[in-house]
Design a protein around this ligand. Sequence first.
Ligand code: 13P
Length: 250
Amino acid sequence: MSRNRLVAGNWKMHGSRAANQALLDALLAGIAGTNAVECAVCAPFPYLQQVSERLKGSALAWGAQNVSEHEQGAFTGEVSAAMLREFGCRYVIVGHSERRQLYGESDARVAAKFAAAQRAGLTPILCVGETLEAREAGRTEEVVARQLDAVAIDPKAPAVLAYEPVWAIGTGRNASPEQAQAVHAFLRKKLPGEMRVVYGGSVKAQNAAALFAMPDIDGGLIGGASLLAQDFIGIVKAAAAAAASERVGT
Ligand code: 13P
């Protein structure tokens, strides 16, 4: 696999200046020596300045959790991709299931956000995933295909795809490596280029190695465990070990 692994933290609506500082300090110390893995944290908007200043020149990239589909204008409460880009933002999560479910984001709006992010030079992390009800009805592939097909993917523009089954998010019940691999392989076949496909949903230091050993799982999008430095570092190390064992094996 020539794709660089990515481990990204989604802090969601958590943090404070003091907590962020302690977390970033611990992460920078803990990820030293794991260069084979790209790491990032996606923080709430008010903290992006703090995160960007602390991470300047470091191996830890950063991103936002949402972006407007519009360039500028009368959109109270929204943040544009150009604003994020202006102070060095690299990634932005789009289409997270919490935004789809709690804020009514449609496939079309997610597609517009994806395009706006790329126009500004950001790397969107596009989330797709089925509910438990859809999985139990045997509709997993249909749902993730619909979510992916709504988005125009240019193989030359940087982007990341995240498979996040809704039933695995924040539940402590991760998809098994085999379940995740099956969906990743399905998604990969639909992609026009060499895009990374990462898994999210109750990834912990204890289950990361088995997930990252799968051939189509290129890393993780981490919620709860990204708020605990040692847990996140453990996940990054699992990704580094998977990358190293692959190099030995090939
Ligand atoms: P958890 O890791 O807390 O299950 O959250 C996953 C997620 O939603 C990442 O975007």
